[in-house]
Write a protein that binds this ligand. Structure first.
Ligand SMILES: NC(=O)c1ccc[n+]([C@@H]2O[C@H](COP(=O)([O-])OP(=O)(O)OC[C@H]3O[C@@H](n4cnc5c(N)ncnc54)[C@H](O)[C@@H]3O)[C@@H](O)[C@H]2O)c1
Length: 474
């Protein structure tokens, strides 16, 4: 039995309070004290880590890695002194003497003891930096989206293959115990959703201002140009410009569209999409984008929509919603949005679910259905041709209620009393130390990058685009 399935001792209250903290992990860094004890240890198992790109995500990865035993930060690299200094200082505070560098090439040439590199720079730098690190013999954890171009992503897979070095891509949901449980147990083993016919996913955000620059922290035009940036505004707001990134679809959609492929174990056959620069005057990439895919699966076609909005937060946050003829599963990195629904027609669930009365922060009480651990595949029952509806059909009244089953902490084996990126980093280090399989190896991330980038292509083409199976192979 995989260890993510062992039951959690967390109470719901602990779980929710931990979850709330996760959102504030950069600011509060609640796990760092444990990292301080173990992070600087030196022994045979120690992994020497360097970071390239010490912005928001570089800080999140640092904080998530600090509690992992035997991790020693030996170098940090960033072109912006403002972020470089703050990263170096933060690490020093926790006992890590990381040498600072502006240029990653100098870092690789100077600090020979580096075993692994985290890359959290803007997407257009991922391929160049990953390929250089792999060629220098390092294992690489590179942030999503793998690259802003298919060619860049392909070169990364090929370099990993040639150098035989590990390359994990930062689609961290793939290592989240809740997501693993949902895919392996709920969807595959128990088939609680029945046949999946549709997926919808979304990330809705309100309008926000562009990032500015703290006083006296501007980089010179010459320096910006040396590293490929046209201006300080573009450097700070790189996500919105075509040269550096794939816009909101690759920034937010990448996480979720990757999960479509991962959950189904399939790649799509077509994509149509709509989007535009309708709102922001200083951006090149679309404010809002909507894509539709068709996935051929062994159970039949699955139609999937994805919607990313940056002009309104209305409509319920961010989630991936898998809908089947017997049940539906709403997944999100935010555990509050995770729910499992049962259709009235679904055959026996009793073997798999437990009913609990729990205390809810909003109303004070409420009923929740959790999931029991189970070992055997669920027995399929014949689906009646006429769907009985509860008491009217002579059955218990509760049967025709669309039960809402929250995948709650005591039944879901969620021991996520750690930052949401930590399990994915742990998987990376387990692969380095013990030969564990990577949860997001480069070739799978490549297929996701191809899927994600097609939305932008389809918006520009204003027509349906198709995929051939070979498009997903690097
Ligand atoms: N997995 C996740 O949940 C998640 C969340 C946010 C961002 N990301 C990804 O992380 C990456 C970084 O995003 P961010 O939000 O931290 O951006 P950011 O702008 O906050 O940070 C990027 C950092 O990279 C540095 N940089 C730029 N060019 C460089 C170069 N050539 N060499 C060295 N340093 C360079 C910048 O100075 C900056 O400090 C992106 O690929 C993004 O998609 C992932």
């Amino acid at each position: 039995m995989p260890d993510y399935f062992s039951s959690s001792a967390l109470s719901r209250r602990d779980f929710l309070s931990t979850s709330a903290k996760l959102g504030a992990v950069v600011a509060a860094a609640p796990y760092l004290s444990r990292g301080a004890e173990v992070g600087a240890a030196k022994n045979a198992d120690t992994v020497n880590v360097a970071i390239i790109g010490c912005g928001v995500e570089g800080s999140i990865l640092t904080n998530a890695a600090l509690p992992i035993p035997g991790i020693r930060f030996v170098a940090v690299c960033d072109i912006w002194p403002y972020n470089l200094t703050s990263s170096e200082r933060r690490l020093k505070k926790y006992g890590h003497d990381a040498k600072p560098f502006e240029d990653y090439r100098e870092m690789l040439a100077t600090v020979k003891e580096i075993d692994a590199v985290f890359i959290a720079t803007p997407d257009f730098m991922h391929a160049e930096q990953t390929n250089a690190c792999l060629k220098a013999g390092k294992a690489v954890y590179c942030e999503k989206l793998m690259s802003n171009t298919v060619e860049g992503a392909r070169s990364m897979v090929q370099t990993a293959r040639e150098t035989k070095k590990l390359l994990q891509i930062g689609h961290q949901r793939r290592s989240n115990p809740r997501y693993l449980h949902a895919r392996d147990k709920v969807v595959r083993d128990a088939r609680l959703l029945g046949r999946i016919t549709n997926i919808s996913g979304q990330w809705h955000r309100a309008v926000s201002d562009d990032y500015g620059v703290p006083r006296n922290q501007e980089m010179s035009a010459e320096k910006l140009s040396k590293y490929g940036y046209a201006s300080m505004h573009e450097y700070r707001n790189w996500r919105w410009f075509k040269k550096y990134a794939g816009g909101v679809v690759s920034d937010l959609g990448a996480h979720q569209i990757d999960i479509y492929n991962w959950m189904l174990g399939a790649n799509p056959r077509m994509c149509i999409a709509s989007g535009g620069v309708d709102y922001y005057k200083t951006h090149e990439w679309y404010d809002n984008a909507i894509g539709i895919y068709e996935y051929p699966t062994k159970d039949g076609i699955v139609r999937a929509t994805y919607e990313v909005l940056t002009t309104t937060s209305a409509g319920g946050g961010y989630h991936e919603y898998f809908m089947g003829d017997e049940g539906a599963l709403k997944m999100s990195e935010n555990p509050k949005f995770t729910k499992l629904y049962r259709e009235a027609r679904a055959p026996e669930w009793e073997a798999f679910v437990t009913q609990k009365i729990i205390s809810r922060p909003d109303t004070g009480e409420g009923a929740t259905v959790g999931l029991k651990p189970w070992d055997k595949p669920r027995q399929r029952l014949a689906i009646p041709s006429k769907v009985p509806t509860g008491a009217a059909a002579g059955g218990p009244a509760k049967v025709d209620v669309r039960e809402t089953a929250q995948l709650s902490a005591w039944d879901m084996p969620v021991t996520l009393d750690k930052a949401i990126h930590q399990p994915h980093l742990e998987n990376f280090f387990d692969a380095m130390r013990k030969g564990a399989a990577l949860n997001c190896p480069a070739d799978e991330a490549f297929a996701s990058a191809v899927t994600v980038l097609k939305v932008n292509e389809a918006i520009a083409a204003q027509r349906m685009l198709t995929f051939a199976p070979k498009d997903f192979l690097a």
